[in-house]
Design a protein. Structure first.
Length: 123
């Protein structure tokens, strides 16, 4: 299974800043039981307003998961902790067309939505 992660650092974020955030999040995710964490790339022209170097889309990662049901419950809190440390306000997680938006303000309702999202990928 492939999970795409998109970091929203705001329109004012520089390429260097967004690249550093992407590298830091990648390092955090590699500590988990994931198969791979790669910088996302595209064969197509990058969308207008995106930050890209060649075919690599800065701020986007592709995470390969063999055991999504076991890894997602650990991955999402890891992303949330990283967001809190970096002051990030939004990160999108996508599996196919299914998107989960993580914000920096956790609540019981947000936790319920996260649990429902994870449950769709159980084994």
């Amino acid at each position: 299974m492939e999970l795409k992660i998109e970091i929203d650092a705001g329109n004012e974020a520089s390429y260097d800043y967004l690249e550093e955030l992407t590298r830091q999040l990648r390092a955090e995710l590699l500590e988990l039981d994931v198969d791979a964490v790669e910088f996302a790339s595209s064969d197509k022209e990058p969308p207008e307003g995106s930050k890209a170097i060649g075919s690599i889309i800065i701020g986007s990662l592709r995470v390969t998961l063999s055991h999504a049901a076991k890894v997602l419950p650990k991955l999402i809190p890891a992303v949330q902790s990283w967001m809190a440390l970096k002051g990030q306000t939004k990160v999108l997680l996508k599996i196919g067309d299914d998107t989960l938006e993580l914000g920096n303000i956790p609540s019981k309702e947000c936790q319920r939505i996260i649990e429902l999202w994870i449950s769709r990928y159980g084994e």
